[in-house]
Design a protein around this ligand. Structure first.
Ligand code: PLP
Length: 372
């Protein structure tokens, strides 16, 4: 295949060597214990607590059910302030708990919740804030905590994008009352499908385990109306393998992201995301904003596609513009989110993307911005 015919997708799942995975799963043929919080599940919970530098972690079958379950565990009602610039899961998890999402606008630099716009959305019905560390960019965790403390609100971070991110050495999962992570195939760290809740309060553990396993608390006792959101042993085994390589995966991503930055940062009309000081990034995504560029976002998206390069309009449309929400919401009320969503493109980024491909992608984009 020539360079031009090779497909470059926006992401590519990290997989361990086949031998390594087979080695990891082989003892499942001794025990026949393949799900229901087996040995690998237990081991992965412990190892992730260590790696993410957090007190408690409970695994789930996916990130969405982790979020739905932790919201449920707080037994809250009424309204929840969140962002429309996110994946469908964030708002859906709120609604599927019988709560009402209230969409708050975002910052133009890092696309996380604009803390100055939260207060005006708080009513007597507000019970929680669900901010998203978009692309692994860290929310204003201090500003959000101040507001939550003042109005007695729970904070549940959607940290689906931020596996391994630290702030001044503190693991990202330590902020708020709880955080959720996604270990979906497309995320920086994957267990094929999977997710987790991290939290400081020990008493949450029992509640989360009940929700994820039918409320079963003993051989003959069912004490809650829980669902089923358990991670199985094959998923946990994938996690144990992928965790061994995560540092090198992230450092490969870093090299690629830095190449994008050095190629694109001086280009007229392109805006790159800003990192807060003290943040160790996981280089999960490489979003660029077309703002005053000669061509618009959709034109660049199409041009790349003709070259077999698949970028992603992530996040477009805004959640508040989805068919299932747009009758209830007006996305004009979050103008920054709307602006960003109409102009953002995330470029291909995954650990074994060749540097030459990054250069080629940048070249195509830069050429489109040149005057003819
Ligand atoms: C991926 C993702 C989720 C959901 O995670 P799954 O593991 O796919 O269920 C939630 N929120 C955000 C922001 C995500 O990107």
């Amino acid at each position: 295949m020539t360079n031009e015919n090779k497909k470059i997708m926006v992401t590519k799942s990290s997989l361990p060597g086949l031998e390594e995975y087979i080695d990891e799963i082989s003892d499942l043929w001794d025990t026949y214990w393949i799900t229901n919080m087996g040995e690998k599940h237990k081991k992965l919970e412990r190892e992730l607590e260590k790696f993410l530098n957090i007190k408690n972690l409970t695994l789930f079958s996916n990130g969405h059910l982790a979020l739905e379950s932790v919201i449920e565990s707080f037994g809250i009602s009424g309204e929840v302030i969140t962002t429309p610039f996110t994946f469908a899961s964030t708002a859906h998890a709120i609604v599927r708990n019988g709560l009402t999402p209230v969409f708050c606008d975002i910052n133009p630099d890092d696309y996380t919740l604009d803390v100055n716009k939260i207060k005006e959305l708080i009513t007597s019905k507000t019970s929680a804030i669900v901010p998203v560390h978009v692309y692994g960019n860290v929310c204003d965790v201090i500003g959000i905590k101040e507001i939550a403390d003042k109005y007695n609100l729970k904070i549940i971070y959607d940290a689906a994008h931020s596996f391994g991110v630290t702030v001044d050495g503190v693991g990202i999962g330590n902020f708020g009352d709880a955080s959720i992570f996604s270990f979906h195939a497309t995320k920086v760290f994957n267990t094929i499908e999977g997710g987790a809740v991290t939290y400081g309060e020990d008493s949450l553990k029992q509640s989360l385990n009940n929700i994820k396993n039918f409320g079963i608390t003993g051989p003959e006792t069912v004490s809650e109306i829980g669902g089923n959101a358990k991670m199985n042993e094959f998923q946990a085994a994938m996690g144990l393998c992928n965790l061994r390589h995560i540092d090198s995966e992230i450092s490969k991503r870093k090299k690629l992201a830095n190449r994008y930055i050095s190629n694109l940062s001086e280009v007229q009309g392109l805006k790159l995301q800003k990192q807060k000081p003290g943040v160790k990034s996981n280089y999960a995504y490489f979003p660029i904003i077309f703002d005053g560029f000669k061509r618009n976002r959709d034109e660049v998206f199409e041009k790349l596609r003709t070259q077999n390069i698949y970028s992603r309009k992530y996040f477009y449309p805004l959640v508040s513009d989805f068919d299932c929400y747009r009758d209830e919401y007006n996305s004009d009320e979050t103008p920054v989110a709307k602006y960003v969503s109409e102009r953002v493109l995330t470029l291909p980024l995954y650990a074994d993307l060749p540097l030459e491909d990054v250069d080629r992608i940048c070249e195509i984009i830069i050429k489109m911005g040149c005057k003819e």
